[in-house]
Design a protein around this ligand. Sequence first.
Ligand SMILES: C[S@@+](CC[C@H](N)C(=O)[O-])C[C@H]1O[C@@H](n2cnc3c(N)ncnc32)[C@H](O)[C@@H]1O
Length: 248
Amino acid sequence: MTEKQLDFIISFHKKLYRQGPGSDEETLKAINFTGLSESTELSILDLGCGTGSQTNVLANHLNGTITALDLFQPFLDELEDRIKSPNVRTFQGSMDDLNFEKESFDLIWSEGAVYNMGFENGLNYLHPFLKKNGVIALSEITWLTNERPADIETYWNAEYPEIDSAQGKIKTLHESGYQLIDHFILSEESWLSNYYGALEMEFAVLMEDHSIEEELKVVIQSYQNEIATYKTFKEYFGYGFYIAKKVN
Ligand SMILES: C[S@@+](CC[C@H](N)C(=O)[O-])C[C@H]1O[C@@H](n2cnc3c(N)ncnc32)[C@H](O)[C@@H]1O
């Protein structure tokens, strides 16, 4: 990907409420599964926070401080415009190169982002940053059926070979030093309306601009292919939301 294409992706994503599938309701559902109480002062890390839709829900339903970390400063600038809370601080950096003290977080959150360092690698890397009995909550691409068409199998094996069933993801959690508290699958609405629907609206406006360069049209086309793949094969894959406790 060229630098121009990356800037383009950031420019239209930062206008969206979410940068990936999800919803405030499902963030809240996952918060409730953590068992963490509003009456406790918590130290929370939100990894790959984007413009902060889930950060806002965390800030509204839990107490303490939230460190919202993302690789891209424009998303953090947008988050700061949207969330005016002294309890939320932003941090520009990469989730696989954290400079925080070990055992410093009660809760590590990451919606649609931990795939950037891989699920298993991420679980192992993040483990020491959680306090004893700390909680991790991650949404991660997941197979929804035991059998599926070869086309979608081939697609995901190329895009993200770590895709697995919920059972497989839970096994990885257990092998990485966590005990599952609960999990659920994100609704289709969270993909189609909250993310892809919003993206399609952005693209409709962008494509009206006939001077848009070929290099950028290619980016839109690749997102349109991704959306079409989801619409065709959505019964076979989705996002699993996994909430688990550190056990050792
Ligand atoms: C699919 S978006 C999800 C954003 C947000 N959590 C949401 O659900 O709306 C993935 C996010 O991860 C961020 N990201 C990508 N690579 C990263 C890295 N190495 N370290 C930190 N953030 C990263 C992206 O900038 C983006 O904001």
